[in-house]
Ligand binder design. Sequence first.
Ligand code: G3P
Length: 218
Amino acid sequence: MKLFIDTANIDEIREINTWGVLSGVTTNPSLIAKNGGIVKDVLNEICELVDGPVSAEVNAECSEGMIKEARELVKIHKNIIIKIPITEEGLKALKILSKEGIKTNLTLIFSESQALLAARAGATYVSPFMGRLDDIGEDGLKLVENIKKIFALHNIETEIIAASVRNVSHVRGAALVGSDITTITYKIFKEMIRHDLTVKGLEKFKEDFNRVYKKEIK
Ligand code: G3P
């Protein structure tokens, strides 16, 4: 499973990118608004930092508007892929854009049927939102597992980006059910690397090393 970062914050992307684990970036209008700056410049900077797909979302509600925005967004950088909400207008736009060879990420996926429609209309990626489903008492991970099963059964090449990830256990779950990608916030990357036993183990190694060898090191 590949790991994307879910943010538009350049400092966060830069820092996690130094770990060598990033295969892409996802943004959305809320993340872009939170970051501020000129959208085109922010997206271009992200693309220059991370060598992989960078999702940029359209804001128009009609398919014509989405198509127009998408054609502009892809001019920013070769790594840009277009994030489109799963609506009737979104599907119409997807059909045209996929024929033009523009890569897409169908977002706000909350059901297996939405994922299947997106895939059949030519989506490169679908993004099921795990956390938001859990928030309403449903099982977000089960949705990722079911989409994976359906795509495998019917030889569908659309890849799954497990999104709206709220904790490390979501990441582990998505990996175990075979999600192709999970998109993770900066905070969760930090939680993934930390383990109390690693911290304790390091302290003990340092203590033992210093006790026996420190005096020998000049
Ligand atoms: O990028 C889309 C998704 O990951 C949003 O997550 O936390 O707003 O539900 P969240």
